[in-house]
Design a protein around this ligand. Structure first.
Ligand code: GUN
Ligand code: FE
Length: 452
C-alpha cells in the first residue's frame, strides 16, 4: 500500500543550500520510495490529501513539528558501545590496547553481543539515525547477529566483520587466527549477510573491513581487496587518522595510507574511510579518482586525530564526505552532536588556536563550514558516500525521516516567536534538538521509533 506523510520539511538537495517546503505531501510507494513530493500550490494537492485521509494518512504533523531526512552515520564501532565516554584521556594506541581490544574480545560471547547490539541499535534509531556503517568485531557469529538485529529493528545497516591478523601489532587474545581464516571468514560473512538481506526491506549489506593498515598483514590487505572486487561489496577502514597511524604506515611502506590502501584495491566506489585528517593533495586525488568517500568524525578527531579535517577544502576539491560518530572514540551516539562539532571545529581550524600567534598565521583561512553544510554531510553526504539514493525528500529517494517537535515542554525551540524564518527554524533544530524532540523515526516508510 502507498503511504502519505503531510507536514513541513527541511532538506538539502545541494550542498549547503536548504529547501523548506511548507505543509508538503510526501507520497511513498510500498517499497518505501518517494513517488511524489507535492506542494500546497500544486493542482493535485487537495485531491491527493482527500484520498489519503479516506485511506488513513500515515503521518500528519502538528504545528511546531517538522520532517528532516534520517541521519546517516558512516562510522560506528558497535562493540565499543559499552565503552562510550570512557578512557578518552589516553592516546589512541593505549586506548585501543588497554581498553578497546579486551572489550571487543568479549564478543565471542554471543549473548553479550546480543544485549549490547540491541541496546545500541535502539539508541541510534532514537537519535534519528536511520542508516549506519558499522564495524563489528573479528567474530563472525556476533557480527552476523548485529546485522540480524538491525534487520529486525528496521535500521538500514552496512556491517563489517573486522579483520586484524598481524601478530606484530594485534594481541594474542584478539586477533584472527590466521590470514587464511580471516579471509575465509570474510567471504563467509558476505554470503551470510547476503542471504539475510533477501528478506530485509530497508537493506542490510556486508562490508569488507580491514581494521586499519597497522593491524593487517600485506596478504590480508591484498586478499580483502580481491574479495571486495569479487563480490562488489562496500569497504571500510581507518585512513590517516593521526600522527601515529600516518607515521606507522610511512615507515612500513614508505608511502601514505591512501596510496597503500589503493595499491591493495581497497579504495573503490563503495569505500568509506574514517577520518582522513592527514590526507594530502595526492591522497585527496586518489580518493576522487576511485570515488572513495571520507567518514568525517569530528568529535573523535578532537581526541585522537591530532588535527582538524579541512572539510571545506576537500569538498571544494571534489571529495565525497559524510559524517560519523565513531562510537566510542566519539563520546556520543548522536549525529546532531557531531554535526555541531563539525561546525565548531571547522571554525577553530579557520581562526587557529594559538593566541600567541598573529591572526594572519594562526589558522587556515577560509575553512569554516555552516550548519547547513554540516546538515548536508549528515544526510545527502552519507547517501553519496554509501552510493544509495537516500538523504533528501526528492522523488526517487528512499523515504527515511525524523519527526522533530519544537514545541515540547522541556525543550521548547520555538518560544517567543521571533526567529521564525525557515532557515532560523532549521538552525535551531540542528543546534538544539535533544532525543526528546525526536518524536518519530521512519526507515523506508516504516515506523521504527516513537515517543508518542
Ligand atoms: N584505529 C584502529 N582502530 C580504531 C578504533 O577502534 N577507533 C579509532 N578511532 N581508530 C582506530
Ligand atoms: Fe573508528
Amino acid at each position: 500500500m502507498k503511504s502519505l506523510f503531510k507536514g513541513s520539511l527541511f532538506h538539502t538537495p545541494s550542498y549547503g543550500k536548504m529547501e523548506f517546503i511548507e505543509d508538503a505531501l510526501i507520497e511513498v510507494n510500498p517499497n518505501g520510495i518517494i513517488e511524489k513530493l507535492v506542494r500546497k500550490e500544486d493542482s493535485n494537492y487537495n485531491q491527493l490529501l482527500k484520498e489519503a485521509r479516506q485511506d488513513g494518512l500515515v503521518e500528519e504533523l502538528k504545528a511546531g513539528q517538522y520532517f528532516l531526512p534520517g541521519f546517516i552515520d558512516l562510522h560506528v564501532h558497535a562493540p565499543q558501545w559499552p565503552q562510550v565516554g570512557v578512557s578518552l584521556d589516553d592516546p589512541l594506541n593505549i586506548w585501543l590496547d588497554e581498553c578497546t581490544f579486551p572489550l571487543e574480545a568479549s564478543y565471542k560471547d554471543i549473548e553479550f553481543a546480543k544485549t549490547v547490539y540491541q541496546d545500541l541499535v535502539k539508541t541510534l534509531l532514537a537519535r534519528g539515525t536511520t542508516t549506519v556503517l558499522y564495524f563489528a568485531t573479528i567474530h563472525n557469529e556476533a557480527s552476523l547477529e548485529l546485522a540480524k538485529i538491525c534487520a529486525h529493528k528496521g535500521q538500514r545497516a552496512f556491517v563489517g566483520k573486522v579483520v586484524m591478523d598481524d601478530k606484530n601489532t594485534c594481541p594474542d587474545f584478539y586477533r584472527d587466527e590466521s590470514t587464511e581464516i580471516a579471509l575465509a571468514n570474510t567471504e563467509k560473512f558476505i554470503k551470510d549477510v547476503r542471504q539475510l538481506a533477501k528478506n530485509v526491506k530497508q537493506g542490510v549489506y556486508p562490508v569488507v573491513t580491514p581494521r586499519f593498515v597497522p593491524s593487517c598483514t600485506d596478504e590480508a590487505l591484498r586478499g580483502l581487496g580481491q574479495i571486495a572486487q569479487k563480490y562488489d561489496v562496500h569497504v571500510q577502514s581507518h585512513c590517516s587518522e593521526g600522527d601515529w597511524q600516518d607515521n606507522f604506515v610511512k615507515e612500513r611502506f614508505g608511502k601514505r595510507d591512501a596510496e597503500v590502501l589503493e595499491s591493495f584495491g581497497l579504495l573503490r566506489k563503495k569505500s568509506v574511510m574514517a577520518h582522513c585528517n592527514f590526507l594530502d593533495e595526492v591522497g585527496a586525488d586518489i580518493f576522487i579518482k576511485n570515488h572513495t568517500a571520507i567518514g568525517h568524525c569530528p568529535l573523535s578527531n578532537s581526541y585522537f586525530a591530532n588535527a582538524v579535517l579541512p572539510v571545506k577544502r576537500l569538498k571544494e576539491r571534489g571529495v565525497t564526505i559524510g559524517l560519523g560518530t565513531d562510537i566510542s572514540a566519539g563520546f556520543t551516539p548522536s549525529l546532531y552532536d557531531n554535526l555541531r562539532h563539525a561546525v565548531v571545529s571547522s571554525r577553530m581550524l579557520e581562526d587557529g588556536v594559538d593566541p600567541a600567534k598573529s591572526p594572519q598565521e594562526r589558522g587556515l583561512a577560509s575553512s569554516r563550514i555552516s550548519a547547513l553544510e554540516a546538515f548536508y554531510l549528515a544526510t545527502r553526504g552519507g547517501g553519496e558516500a554509501l552510493d544509495i539514493p537516500v538523504g533528501t525528500f526528492e522523488v526517487g529517494q528512499i523515504c527515511d525521516l525524523q519527526v522533530i517537535d519544537m514545541s515540547i515542554d522541556h525543550n521548547k525551540l520555538d518560544q517567543f516567536n521571533i526567529f521564525i524564518k525557515p532557515q532560523q527554524i532549521l538552525e535551531k533544530i540542528l543546534y538544539l534538538t535533544t532525543p526528546e524532540n525526536i518524536r518519530k523515526v521512519y526507515v523506508q516508510g516504516q515506523l521504527v521509533h516513537s515517543r508518542d
